[in-house]
Design a protein around this ligand. Structure first.
Ligand SMILES: Nc1ncnc2c1ncn2[C@@H]1O[C@H](COP(=O)(O)OP(=O)(O)OP(=O)(O)O)[C@@H](O)[C@H]1O
Ligand SMILES: [Mg+2]
Length: 300
């Protein structure tokens, strides 16, 4: 057993207070699963030895309603971790905690510990602007600024003072667009509006905008859900390439996508983290019956 397995096992044992759910004859598969989830504790390997981000006992509330319950999870350096689970299970809520995007939702309250290379992300003295440069985010719907393609990519480096001269900025813009696989398609129209691009191109522009500030972690919330299969394939190739330099957490409803792009997969259900394991294991021999029921399509 390596250290992370041992740590995971101890953590799971500490939290293991399973109670039998109460069922009647008329409950559906989803209802049974929901009842089981309410009493579930995380199985598998939620912790790693080379954590880039560590989350411990994370609870999230919207007003009185709790959306995430006691999540313990590490995200490893240069890892791609996929987050999957039925709609409303708290994937986006949890992802948004990682760069304090939930701060923008007034009724949202986050408890527990979240750290980035040991830095407490929720330290009240911490400035969220540099944090969000280190932990960037790509949203479900491509959301370019109403500015030119060039300005979209240059925006972040400009506010973070990353370029002293125009030539330096030109280089950042070109490199970012190249890494996002968009340069060839836009190099002759850099000063046209970003909003004039196709959906898939806009999403790659948003990825270029995110990587232009050299983040360490990239959070992606269903980045391909508005895209066609060709644009999706491009983004997936890009994720594989970006993972050489960045740590990536991706929320997806596509199990094929999770299987294609990620190293580990985390399965959430009703705000609980049910299972975390190597992606291949999750999709072949999952440890938890709820994970198995979800990946085999018994509820969705
Ligand atoms: N801004 C908000 N205000 C109040 N409740 C919210 C808010 N955002 C999410 N919730 C609630 O928190 C829970 C988790 O929602 P979340 O959006 O994180 O789920 P999800 O797993 O991302 O779902 P989906 O797959 O549909 O995107 C849900 O019950 C949802 O209704
Ligand atoms: Mg969501």
């Amino acid at each position: 057993m390596d250290i992370s397995e041992e740590k995971s096992a101890t953590l799971i044992a500490e939290h293991d207070r399973t109670e039998a759910p109460k069922m009647t004859e008329n409950t559906t598969a989803k209802q049974v699963a929901d009842m089981k989830a309410e009493h579930a504790t995380t199985v598998g390997k939620p912790l790693v030895d080379n954590a880039k981000m560590s989350m411990r006992g994370v609870d999230v509330f919207y007003g009185d309603k709790q959306a995430v319950f006691g999540v313990d999870l590490d995200i490893g350096e240069n890892e791609v971790i996929a987050m999957i689970g039925p709609s409303g299970c708290g994937k986006s809520t949890f992802l948004r905690c990682l760069n304090r995007m939930n701060d923008t939702i007034e009724i949202c309250q986050v408890k527990g510990e979240i750290s980035l290379d040991g830095l407490n992300v929720y330290d009240p003295k911490l400035d969220v602007v540099p944090l969000r440069a280190r932990v960037g985010m790509v949203f479900q719907k491509p959301n370019p600024f109403p500015k030119s393609i060039y300005e979209n990519v240059a925006y972040g480096p400009k506010i973070h003072g990353l370029a002293r001269r125009r030539s330096e900025m030109d280089e950042i813009v070109e490199t970012s667009l190249q890494r996002a696989g968009l340069w060839e398609e836009v190099k002759d129209r850099l000063h046209q509006p970003g909003t004039g691009l196709s959906g898939g191109q806009q999403q790659r522009l948003c990825i270029a905008r995110t990587i232009a500030v050299s983040p360490e972690v990239i959070l992606m919330d269903e980045p391909c859900s508005a895209l066609d299969p060709i644009a999706t394939a491009k983004i997936e190739e890009l994720i594989a390439e970006l993972s050489q330099n960045f740590t990536i957490a991706i929320v997806t409803h596509s199990m094929q996508q999770a299987a294609r792009v990620s190293h580990r997969t985390a399965y959430f259900h009703l705000g609980r983290l049910i299972e975390v394991n190597n992606t291949k294991k999750v999709f072949t021999t999952p440890d938890h019956e709820l994970t198995e029921a979800y990946i085999t399509g018994r509820f969705g």
